[in-house]
Structure formats: C-alpha cells, structure tokens
Design a protein around this ligand. Structure first.
Ligand code: SF4
Length: 72
C-alpha cells in the first residue's frame, strides 16, 4: 500500500499524525512532509485510518491491488 501525499492540499491539521505518528511525519508548522509514503503490510490499518482522517483529502490511498496489472 502507498499513500500519495498532495502537499498543496495540506492545511496542517495534524489529524493524520495523531492517528499514526510513526507513518505521517510533519514539519515544525504541522504540515505533512513532501514525498509519497510506502506503508509496510503491518501498518496498513493505522495508515489507512490516518489518511482517511484528513479533512483536506491530501492523502490518497493506493492499495497494491489498485496497481496490479490486469491479465487479459
Ligand atoms: S491531516 Fe491532512 S491537512 Fe492535516 S496535516 Fe495531515 S495531511 Fe495535512
């Protein structure tokens, strides 16, 4: 699972961090750091909860199955 970080949408609410501080890193002003996030399998629940808590929809969840090639 990956999380695409849309920095331009972040308003610094820190809700993501409050759900999963080990996954969502913020700068000193409370805005999420740039760079997409690779989530280890064991952290998917917390990461998903944190991403869904963002009121600005700045965190886009990409599940592995979303990117799997389609077999014809
Ligand atoms: S919850 Fe959303 S708006 Fe708030 S810091 Fe995290 S990414 Fe930014």
């Amino acid at each position: 699972m990956h999380i695409i970080v849309h920095n331009a949408k972040c308003h610094g609410h820190a809700r993501c961090w409050s759900q999963a501080p080990e996954i969502f890193k913020l700068d000193e002003d409370g805005y999420i750091l740039p760079g997409n996030i690779d989530v280890a399998a064991g952290n998917e629940f917390c990461a998903s909860r944190g991403a869904r808590s963002c009121p600005e929809r700045a965190l886009e969840i990409i599940r592995s199955s979303d990117t799997a090639p389609v077999m014809a």
